[in-house]
Write a protein that binds this ligand. Structure first.
Ligand code: ADP
Ligand code: MG
Length: 468
C-alpha cells in the first residue's frame, strides 16, 4: 500500500475515536433509559398487585383457572399462589403453573417485594409479587404483563440514538476535513514553493504566509536550508572558477614558452632553458592538480586518513630537514626547537603536509636575514606546533581570509613564488580532520606566528575511557 495522505489519516483516526466515544456514551444512555422503563413498569405492576391484594382478602377472586377467559396471554395477568406453590386463583394467563419459583415464593411470604423477568415459550414478560392474605392464609399476589411494549419503546430509543450517531459521524467527517484541510493548506503551499525554488533560483525564499508557530518554524528551517544550499553552491562555483583560472595561467605560460622557442632555430643551451621552464610549469600544474584533488576529497568527506600514534617532534624534524636547503638558499635562519614532545593520533603524511605548508610560507614571506623558528611543546593534554617568522606579516583585514581557498594577500608576489593560495586552505582542512585548531597572530611588517593545537593521544585514550 502506498503512503496515505496525512489528511486522510487524520480524518480516519479522528472519526474512529469519535465513533468509539459515541458508542460508549450510547451504550450507557441506553442502559440507563432501559432501567428507567423497567422501574416504571415494576412500580405500576406493584400498584396493580396492591389493588388485587385488597380485593382477594375475602376470597372475592374465584379459582376459575381462567376457564372462561381467552386462553392466550393478555396484556396483564394475576396469580395467587400459596406457600407450597399451589395456584389458588389466576386470571389472564394461558397455562396454570406458578410463575414464581419456590425460592421466590418464600421471599415474598417473608414480606419482600419480588420483581423478575419471566419467559414462557414465546411469552416474554415481567412480574411483580407481594405478600397478601386469603382466608387467613398468607399468599403471594403476583401480577405480570408482557414486555412487548417496553421492548418496542427501547428499540425506538436505540433507533433514535443510532440516527443521531450517523448524523454526528457524518458531520464530524465533513467538519474534520474542512478544519484539517484548512490547517494543511500552508503545507501544500510550502511544498509547492519549495519545489519551485529547488528547481529554479536558489536565491528566492519562502514567504511567511501562515502565522502558526509550526508553519513559521517550518518556513524558517526551509529558508535556512536554502540559504546554506545557496552558499554552498556559490562557493562551489567560485572554487571551480578560481581553479580554472589558476590552471589557465601556467598553461598559458607553458604555451607561450614553447611558441617563442619554436619561432626560430636555437642552440642546445637555449632549448635546455626552455625545457627546464616547461618542466617547472608542468610541475606547478601537477602540484595544483594534487591540491585541488585533496580539497575536493575533503569536501566530500573522502579524505582517506591513516590514523596512528605519531610523535610531533618526529614530523617536525622531517619537515625541518626537508626545508633547510630552501632556507639556506633564501638566507633565512631556520631553527627547530623541541621544548617537550607529544604523542598524537594522526595521519603522519597529512600532518607533514600541513606543517610543511605553514613552514614554507614562513620561509617564503621572510626576507633574507630573517628568522623562522618551529617549536614543539606539550601543554596540558595537547601538543602544539608553533611556526614563527620575522617576515612581512599579514595585515589584520586579511588574517581571517588567508585560510580561504585561493586567497593571497599579494596575488602577484605569491604567484611569482609558485604559490597557488591553496596551502593554508589544505592545512586548515587537515588540522580540522584531526579535530585540531590552527591560530594566527600577526603584525604587518613584524612577522607572523601560526599555532597548531592537537589533542595528545593519551588524552584521547582518557576521553574514550570516560565515554565508555
Ligand atoms: N608567514 C606568512 N607571512 C606573511 N604572509 C603569509 C604567511 N603565510 C601566509 N601568508 C599569506 O597568506 C596567503 C595564503 O597562503 P597560502 O594558502 O599558503 O597560499 P600561497 O602560499 O600559495 O600564496 C599567502 O598568499 C600570503 O599572502
Ligand atoms: Mg603557501
Amino acid at each position: 500500500m502506498g503512503p496515505r495522505s496525512l489528511r486522510v489519516n487524520l480524518i480516519l483516526w479522528f472519526t474512529l475515536i469519535f465513533a468509539l466515544i459515541l458508542a460508549l456514551s450510547d451504550y450507557v444512555t441506553y442502559r440507563v433509559l432501559h432501567g428507567v422503563l423497567v422501574a416504571e413498569l415494576d412500580s405500576s405492576l406493584i400498584s396493580i398487585a396492591a389493588e388485587h391484594r385488597a380485593s382477594v382478602r375475602d376470597a372475592a377472586l374465584s379459582v376459575d383457572s381462567g376457564s372462561d377467559l381467552p386462553r392466550q396471554p393478555t396484556p396483564h395477568f394475576i396469580q395467587l399462589i400459596d406457600s407450597r406453590g399451589h395456584i389458588l386463583a389466576q386470571n389472564g394467563l394461558a397455562d396454570n403453573s406458578s410463575v414464581l419459583s419456590q425460592d421466590q415464593i418464600d421471599r415474598v411470604l417473608e414480606g419482600n417485594v419480588v420483581t423478575a423477568d419471566v419467559k414462557r415459550g414465546h411469552f416474554d414478560g415481567r412480574i411483580a409479587a407481594i405478600k397478601g392474605e386469603r382466608a387467613g392464609e398468607p399468599v403471594a399476589v403476583v401480577t405480570g404483563t408482557g414486555t412487548e411494549r417496553l421492548s418496542s419503546r427501547a428499540s425506538r430509543i436505540a433507533l433514535i440514538l443510532l440516527f443521531i450517531d450517523v448524523v454526528a459521524v457524518a458531520a464530524s467527517i465533513a467538519g474534520g476535513s474542512l478544519i484539517i484541510g484548512k490547517a494543511l493548506r500552508p503545507v501544500d503551499h510550502i511544498t509547492q514553493r519549495a519545489r519551485q525554488i529547488g528547481a529554479g533560483d536558489l536565491r528566492q525564499r519562502l514567504e511567511y504566509l501562515d502565522s502558526s508557530t509550526e508553519m513559521v518554524h517550518l518556513t524558517a528551517v526551509l529558508n535556512e536550508m536554502f540559504e546554506k544550499l545557496q552558499r554552498l553552491f556559490e562557493s562551489q562555483r567560485q572554487f571551480v572558477q578560481d581553479a580554472a583560472h589558476e590552471i589557465r595561467s601556467p598553461l598559458a605560460a607553458l604555451r607561450c614558452r614553447l611558441e617563442v622557442a619554436l619561432r626560430q632555430n636555437r642552440d642546445a643551451v637555449e632549448y635546455r632553458e626552455v625545457l627546464r621552464g616547461a618542466l617547472d610549469d608542468s610541475n606547478r600544474l601537477s602540484e595544483l592538480a594534487d591540491d585541488l584533488f585533496l580539497l575536493a576529497r575533503a569536501d566530500s568527506d573522502n579524505l582517506a586518513m591513516d590514523f596512528r600514534e605519531v610523535l610531533l617532534s618526529d614530523v617536525v624534524s622531517s619537515v625541518h630537514s626537508l626545508l633547510t636547503p630552501i632556507a639556506e638558499a633564501r638566507h633565512v635562519s631556520f631553527r627547530q626547537n623541541i621544548e617537550s614532545d607529544c604523542l598524537v593520533y594522526a595521519d603522519r603524511d597529512r600532518l607533514h603536509q600541513a606543517f610543511r605548508n605553514v613552514a614554507e610560507n614562513a620561509l617564503k614571506y621572510t626576507p633574507p636575514g630573517g628568522q623562522v623558528t618551529v617549536t614543539v611543546r606539550a601543554v596540558a593534554d595537547e601538543g602544539q606546533v608553533i611556526v614563527e617568522d620575522t617576515g612581512i606579516g599579514i595585515p589584520r583585514k586579511d588574517q581571517k581570509k588567508i585560510f580561504d581557498r585561493f586567497y593571497r594577500v599579494d596575488r602577484a608576489r605569491s604567484r611569482s613564488d609558485g604559490g597557488t593560495g591553496l596551502g593554508l586552505a589544505i592545512t586548515d582542512q587537515v588540522i580540522r580532520a584531526h579535530r585540531g585548531e590552527i591560530e594566527l597572530e600577526s603584525d604587518a611588517g613584524h612577522g607572523s606566528k601560526f599555532t597548531i593545537r592537537l589533542a595528545s593521544a593519551t588524552s584521547l585514550v582518557d576521553a574514550a575511557v570516560v565515554d565508555d
